[in-house]
Ligand binder design. Sequence first.
Ligand code: PLP
Length: 223
Amino acid sequence: MNVSESIINIKKGIPENVKLVAVSKTKPNSMVLEAYNAGQRIFGENKAQDLASKQPELPQDIQWHFIGHLQTNKVKYIAPFVSMIEAVDSLKILKEINKQALKADRIISCLFQFHIAEEDTKFGLNVSEVKEILESDEYGKMKNIKIAGVMGMATYTEDEDQIRREFRALRNIFRELKITYFSESPDFKEISMGMSGDYKLAIEEGSTMVRIGSLIFGERNYL
Ligand SMILES: *Cc1c(COP(=O)(O)O)cnc(C)c1O
């Protein structure tokens, strides 16, 4: 299947209220354009400089999501245009996003990345760390970020029960935060979970946003 067929096929299989983020990392602009021409508008990248160089060359109505671990010194490259930063994993990075968003006169949507996998290799916060951020004076003063929900990655495993458990844990975290801190804010609504191998399970467990790369663009070749 080519890029546009894959996009159409995936969209057919997911509910209308679930957003598709096409993960274009390492892929050329020509493939992004192919997906764009098939109607895709949200794309995900995980390297700030790659994203900053792609963005000016592609249609300006693309909504770019940053989906990887972001270093503080790289926020400035993407702050002028990025639509959502999905993987906020510290107060420090949130402060820098707020600072650079202010400079760019924008409000940037952010998700907290939670560590839900049993693997210990992945970035992410736990609930008490996020509560600490949300209750800090510094967070209270931030005017140029908007917390739009949560994001997580399940363990890379064949064990479907384990994947489900991890996704369910993220949905429960979302609910708890919604009730405790965001009951008055309609912006807090996204649960970003599910990738090429597990997005169907993720949707069954309440995902509102799936991030799919290889199923659309083919396997990635890392140098
Ligand atoms: C690469 C990546 C994806 C997409 O992975 P595929 O398995 O190719 O769909 C999704 N989320 C994050 C955070 C990624 O880094």
